[in-house]
Design a protein around this ligand. Structure first.
Ligand code: ATP
Length: 348
């Protein structure tokens, strides 16, 4: 197992408190998926389950995220339960949002369930909210939890990539390629809205991958000015179409609002909007996401054996790292400004 050496993230070895059982015979690991679904979650469930069973542990699958902890929707998993799922999108464990888990009363019910089910540790797969809930619960009840970053948004700090991001990016690229065909035929300006409420990774890298003219992302809202510049100077001089990817964030205003603004200011352009929506979440995970999920899932079990808790499994420079929940959640993951420059340079 490798760890980040630069001091930002480090191996956090917490000696097991006497109140929690050290991994060994009869050790039982609960697993759940929570928040928005992401392609590759099934590959992660498979990896966690098989790695745990390989080490001699018992695995209990919790359905519908934290909601299933409150309503005791729990089933013991054997290796066959995760057969033939690595290629499936979505999550076989289902996912849900659970407001009750945000209250101390709700978390007490969840803890009672874990005790009753003899679950000694949890692996949770989800995004920012899921890890926030995990962190609060783990602190409140001194309960060992390891998180896996499962979100298409790639917005968790401390990991180069999250499970599902690469698949969503490829889905966006394929969709934009198709829209480009019609945009070129009609010489239109298209605003294509992609997911990413607080993070522009999908929009920016989706734009680079599909040869789009610009990306409007929440991190740099000044890009609207750049867009106007692009329309004034470039469109139709040398191009048959223009495509702008817009992150769905309130900061950007979304594709509809931008398109209205451009239509008003530049009535000569034939402007259209396409909102990709939920299709970005679906589909069979790419090889990249399957491998990432498999490595992270196996690493989660190693982490528990090493006595880790309150950490998210991350990947940095192709090495598995442990990122304390507090760092993964609280820090905004920076977007590389150089990518914006690349997009600008290549869209002339
Ligand atoms: P995505 O990035 O795809 O939206 P997410 O994990 O961030 O995924 P959320 O809906 O934000 O999705 O969170 C999932 C669940 O985590 C919530 O429904 C809730 O049960 C739990 N959760 C979120 N925030 C908290 C919190 N502050 N305290 C306790 N639990 C929380």
């Amino acid at each position: 197992m490798c760890f980040q050496e630069k001091g930002l993230f480090y191996l956090r070895y917490h000696k097991m408190e006497e109140t929690t059982k050290a991994p060994g015979k009869n050790y039982c690991i609960g697993i759940l998926t929570s928040g928005g679904d992401a392609p590759g979650m099934n590959a992660a469930i498979r990896a966690v389950t098989r790695a745990a069973i390989y080490k001699g542990f018992c695995v209990k699958a919790i359905y519908r995220g934290y909601k299933g902890l409150l309503s005791d929707e729990i089933v013991e998993f054997k290796t066959q339960n995760v057969s033939n799922i690595i290629q499936q999108g979505g999550t076989i464990l289902k996912t849900a949002r659970c407001k009750e888990f945000q209250t101390p009363e709700g978390r007490k019910i969840a803890h009672d369930t874990l005790v009753r089910e003899n679950i000694d540790a949890l692996v949770v797969i989800g995004g920012d909210g899921t890890l926030t809930g995990a962190r609060i619960f783990a602190t409140e009840y001194n309960f060992p939890i390891v998180g896996l970053p499962g979100t298409i948004d790639n917005d968790l700090f401390g990991t180069d990539s999250t499970i599902g991001y690469d698949t969503a990016l490829n889905t966006i690229m394929e969709a934009v390629d198709k829209i480009r065909d019609t945009a070129t035929s009609h010489e239109r300006l298209f605003f294509i809205e992609v997911m990413g409420r607080d993070a522009g990774f999908l929009a920016l890298n989706g734009a680079i991958a599909s040869g789009a003219e610009a990306a409007i992302i929440p991190e740099y809202n000044t890009e609207v000015d750049q867009l106007e510049e692009l329309i004034k100077n470039g469109f139709r001089k040398s191009k048959n179409s223009s495509i702008v990817l817009v992150a769905e964030s309130p900061t950007t205003g979304g594709a509809m609002q931008l398109a209205e603004r451009v239509k008003n200011e530049y009535p000569q352009y034939d402007v259209r909007v396409s909102i990709l929506g939920h299709l970005q979440r679906g589909g069979s995970p790419t090889a990249h996401d399957r491998i990432l999920a498999s490595r992270m899932g196996a690493a989660a079990i190693d982490a528990l054996i090493e006595g880790q808790r309150n950490v998210m499994i991350g990947i940095q420079n192709d090495q598995i790292v442990y990122v304390p929940f507090s760092k993964a959640i609280k820090n905004d993951k920076p977007i590389d400004r150089e990518l914006l420059n690349t997009l600008r340079t290549l869209s002339i």
